[in-house]
Design a protein around this ligand. Structure first.
Ligand SMILES: O=c1[nH]c(=O)c2[nH]c(=O)[nH]c2[nH]1
Length: 299
């Protein structure tokens, strides 16, 4: 039997790193979860047990902390780019570095109506995601995203007219709860890709989820999660010229009308059984028409 190494990459996941920047009394707290990966010519590591080309994943972890000391963590795109560059410098066999940085949502605690200088609590949104892809000798690209963005609406969602066969038991409905925890990722037009530390990227990490969540709320003509996903993508691309594509993963967090008949009660959309498993998963990428569509990547 003959086999070969078809693909490989290695790195560190779950590098948890927080920084405090002190601007007088006012502290800025940044909390990141970083993943790094290297790809390149590491075949001998696998096939011959030759570790000489390996930059240890422990060194990758150390690199993240050391560069956070130099560059801070307030801009994940800046920190991520520096980490990617450094990993390629330190590991000659690597041809590509990828750094994924998730920023956890902390917000200032309000005390007597004013944001506190050094006390924080978990913020309401999801995690903000920045991905740096750095091919050796070429410009890096940045893509972005959000995950853990939880939304639910209590009306304005229908689901009917689907295929019915001998295994179909799902009742049709013109009025249901729609709930999901959105994971989104998006890619930028070229100027923003080149200028990867652009403040636009930071601004869009806030604004794009706000745009697609607003469309989730206002799309009261929803025929399905798929229908709303498309509307959310279209709204994001319409509102933000910087984006060329946006991908969503939207689990359908089912709220099933409870059967209260055994108790002699009616149930006009009041009481629901909340189930977490199994759950539907709806995924899609919306891209602008034209050449940029070819660069669309899955979430
Ligand atoms: O919006 C929905 N899309 C589906 O594809 C689907 N399938 C299902 O069972 N419920 C739903 N809801």
């Amino acid at each position: 039997m003959s086999v070969h190494l078809a693909s490989d990459r290695f790195g560190k996941s779950g590098v948890r790193l927080a920084t405090v920047e002190r601007d007088g009394d006012r502290h800025v707290f940044s909390d990141l979860d970083i993943d790094v990966r290297l790809e390149g010519d590491f075949e001998a590591v696998h096939t011959r047990g030759d570790n000489s080309p390996v930059l240890t994943t422990d060194t990758m972890r150390g690199t993240c902390y050391a560069l956070a000391r130099h560059y801070g963590a307030r801009s994940p795109a800046t920190l991520g780019s520096r980490i990617a560059e450094r990993l390629l410098e330190a590991c000659p066999a690597a041809s590509h570095a990828r750094v994924d940085l998730a920023r956890l949502p902390w917000e200032r605690l309000a005390v007597d109506g004013a944001p506190h200088t050094h006390t924080f609590r978990p913020g309401p949104g999801g995690r903000q995601l920045t991905t740096i892809r750095q091919p050796r000798g070429q410009a890096p690209t940045v893509s972005a995203g959000a995950d853990g963005v939880r939304v639910l609406k209590t009306t304005g969602s229908a689901f009917d007219s689907y295929i019915k066969d001998e295994y179909t038991t799902l009742p049709e409905t013109r009025d249901r709860i729609m709930a999901t925890t959105v994971a989104a990722s998006w890619g930028y037009v070229d100027p923003l890709v080149a200028d990867h530390a652009a403040p636009e990227h930071e601004r869009l990490l806030d604004e794009v989820p706000a745009t697609f969540c607003a469309r989730f709320a206002t799309h009261d003509e929803s025929e399905s999660v798929q229908h709303t996903l498309y509307e959310m993508g279209e709204a994001a691309l319409a509102a933000h010229d910087e984006l060329t594509w946006i991908s969503f993963r939207m689990p359908n967090e089912h709220h099933i009308l409870a059967d209260l008949e055994p108790y002699g009660l009616d149930n006009p959309n009041h009481v629901f059984v909340v189930t977490d498993r199994p759950y539907g998963v709806i995924e899609g990428t919306i891209a602008r028409d034209g050449p940029s569509a070819a660069r669309a990547e899955p979430a």
